[in-house]
Design a protein around this ligand. Structure first.
Ligand code: G3P
Ligand code: MG
Length: 241
């Protein structure tokens, strides 16, 4: 069971920032899940919402700001004053940080609302530059986008994300050559895990923060989980049979 820190250790540090990634590492997460979007000038930045207001002191769309403008914003104090002046990181910041740590990565392309032109290629080229293709899974709710990735690499794993109930998840995942299905916790079932395994697909579950849900995912032998509290999940993994 791989434990990914969802947006970093985002329960206790501002999501998708370097302090959240540092805390995930300190708490022994196996990997980091993060969301990537493009600035007006094409820089891959890590932020969940298409708009800035929830997690920064800025307003409007990420896509309407250049990188130099975006890093003026404070992406930490909404969480706590102790994180004041934390900036929105780039994907490159994360990959550089990971060079001596070699955590697994799940990069979620946030292109289901805004179809960022070139996002897939930008992400893939950065992964190549930092030799992190092999330890990375790319995912997206935009299934056309992840299917496109096959054009550039056979060694890149990608998974499709869904929050919708659908009996055809496994055949669909197969049809786009996904390695796995990243599914919302409420949709997780033994039937799905068994069906996926039969077809050589893995199931990962998001976002599990309650001890009962974490233990259930471990017992159901999910391949991976996404949690805002990696410390809790790491402790439970040691003690759950
Ligand atoms: O990748 C798992 C999860 O992050 C998907 O949902 O909205 O938290 O990005 P969201
Ligand atoms: Mg995400």
């Amino acid at each position: 069971m791989i434990i990914y820190a969802h947006r970093g250790a985002s329960k206790h540090a501002p999501e998708n920032t370097m302090p959240a990634f540092d805390l995930a590492y300190k708490h022994e997460a196996d990997g980091i899940e993060t969301d990537v979007q493009l600035t007006k000038d094409g820089v891959a930045v890590l932020i969940h919402d298409e708009k800035l207001q929830r997690t920064t002191n800025g307003y409007g769309f990420v896509k309407d700001y250049t990188y130099d403008e975006l890093i003026q914003l404070d992406a930490g104090s909404w969480k706590s004053p102790k994180f004041t002046n934390t900036v929105i990181p780039t994907l490159e910041d994360l990959l550089r940080w990971n060079q001596d740590k070699q955590l697994k990565l799940n990069i979620e392309l946030k292109n289901n609302v805004i179809a960022y032109s070139g996002l897939e290629k930008t992400v893939y080229q950065l992964l190549q530059k930092y030799s992190m293709v092999k330890q990375t899974v790319i995912s997206s709710f935009n299934h056309d986008s992840i299917a496109k990735l096959k054009q550039w690499s056979n060694e890149l794993d990608y998974a499709f994300l869904t929050s919708k109930r659908d009996r055809n998840l496994v055949p669909f995942a197969q049809s786009i050559h996904a390695a796995g299905i990243h599914i919302q916790n409420r949709l997780l079932s033994n039937r799905l895990v068994a069906e996926a395994q039969q077809h050589n697909l893995y199931v990962a579950v998001y976002t599990v923060n309650l001890p009962l849900s974490i233990k259930r995912a471990i017992r159901m032998k999910c391949h991976a989980m996404f949690t805002d509290i990696p410390k809790l999940a790491v402790d439970l993994r040691k003690n759950t049979r």
